[in-house]
Write a protein that binds this ligand. Structure first.
Ligand code: S3P
Length: 411
């Protein structure tokens, strides 16, 4: 699998802030992480590509980041924009964070509010990017975000690194803890447990000794898992997958959907466990996913929905966040599935999809959303006619080798 996107962002951002030189291998190859690299480069970190997926970052350390010459272009990447907002909030100059059409539609008040409370001055367009941020000497906050989001948590914790006092984030539900695990690697003291994280300001990250190896991306693995689970006789074995429990909701969901799923932990990479995921078609069952599970599989819901339409069906609730991802994933899935001959009932915070459906194929648009390309591909493989996905190059945001791997696996 390509390196994990979430972890790659964090290693790049912390590497740029750190004292010393950080070496990273297995970096996520997609455009999203390239946006984080470009932004940190624009703010003075010296970044050298040392091989495929390998970078060396000479961090700014105590010298801190410098103003970029122009806009900081976050492209399609919500993680870049929100985490970077947390970083520039403590740098005493003006930064302008921009994104593509999809990112410019996404809600940013969730980071504007806490960062403003900490002392930054932020101007937005009706709560959306472009964001103009004038950094300041920040004060710590104790914050309960309105939604469970690792991006909000991480933005606040990164700002907290440079704030006076101890910054605390209390989450409505536990979210991926890659920032906290990366803090350990970069020598940052923090107090974290499920749903709670606290960091005291005045700490400068220190580049870890050795090479940080990014584990394989479970969100990319999920598409192959969803495909394998969707047809009798199909199976897949995926190596080197990050087995962080806060990312493995899709494994639990596939089991509930009746797939035969096995996980074997084999190693540690960076601060994460890594291992093998084996998935085979099993006995399709109707599955239910409620709010408590959503943060652990939010990015995987589109491919799970496609697999469930072919299998035993799926009911999802408590997933309103899907509406503010790279596209409104509930509306665009319903539309795209309909165009491919599959019925899905939309709800404000989820959907219901019946099992045992046979897609017709057809023409469908990816809406600038990489996860939709993957979900439509799951249906296309079992459709009675051909499928044309327009805008399918959006997949390069997280998985540029997706089409090549698809061809390889289908031969
Ligand atoms: C991410 C967190 C999730 C996820 C996104 C990556 C991260 O978003 O959907 O793809 O790297 O922190 P939210 O934190 O907004 O839920």
């Amino acid at each position: 699998m390509p390196g994990d996107k979430s972890i790659s962002h964090r290693y790049v951002l912390l590497g740029a802030l750190a004292e010393g030189t950080t070496s990273i291998a297995g970096l996520a190859p997609g455009a999203d992480v390239a946006s984080s690299v470009a932004c940190m480069h624009a703010m003075g970190a010296a970044i050298t590509r040392t091989g495929r997926g390998a970078l060396q970052i000479h961090g700014r350390g105590r010298h801190r980041l410098t103003p970029a010459d122009g806009d900081l272009d976050c492209g399609n990447s919500g993680t870049t924009l929100r985490l970077l907002a947390g970083i520039v909030a403590s740098h005493p100059f003006r930064s302008r964070l921009v994104g593509d059409a999809s990112l410019s539609r996404r809600p940013m008040r969730r980071v504007i509010d806490p960062l403003t409370s900490m002392g930054a001055t932020i101007t937005a367009q009706d709560g959306r990017a472009p964001l103009e941020i004038i950094g300041a000497d920040l004060r710590a906050i104790d914050w309960t975000p309105p939604v469970a989001s690792a991006q909000i948590k991480s933005a606040i914790l990164l700002a907290g690194l440079a704030a006076r006092g101890t910054t605390i984030v209390r989450e409505p539900l536990p979210t991926r803890d890659h920032t906290e695990r990366a803090f350990d690697l970069f020598g940052i003291r923090h107090d974290s447990r499920a749903g709670y994280a606290a960091v005291t300001g005045g700490q400068c990250p220190v580049a870890p000794a050795g090479v940080l190896q990014v584990p394989g991306d479970p969100s990319s693995a999920a598409v192959w898992a969803a495909i394998a689970a969707s047809r009798p006789g199909w199976s897949v074995e995926i190596q080197g997958v990050c087995l962080n429990p806060l990312r493995l909701g899709f494994v639990q969901a596939l089991s509930r959907m009746g797939a035969d799923v096995r996980i074997t932990e084999s190693a540690k990479a960076g601060g994460e466990s890594v291992g093998l995921v084996r998935v085979a078609f099993g006995t399709p069952q109707t599955a239910t996913i409620g709010p408590e599970m959503v943060p652990s599989l939010i990015d995987e819901l589109p491919v799970l929905a496609a697999s469930a339409a072919l299998g035993g069906g799926l009911r999802v609730s408590g997933a309103a966040e899907l509406r503010v991802k790279e596209s409104d994933r509930i509306a665009s899935l319903a539309l795209g599935f309909r165009q491919l001959g599959v019925r899905m009932t939309e709800h404000p915070d989820g959907f219901v999809i019946e099992g045992g459906q046979r897609p017709s194929g057809g023409q469908v648009d990816a809406h600038l959303d990489h996860r939709l390309v993957m979900a439509f591909t799951v249906l296309a493989l079992s459709a009675s006619g051909p499928t044309l996905i327009t805008g399918a190059d959006a997949v390069a945001v997280s998985y540029p080798g997706f089409h090549a791997d698809l061809l390889r696996l289908c031969q």
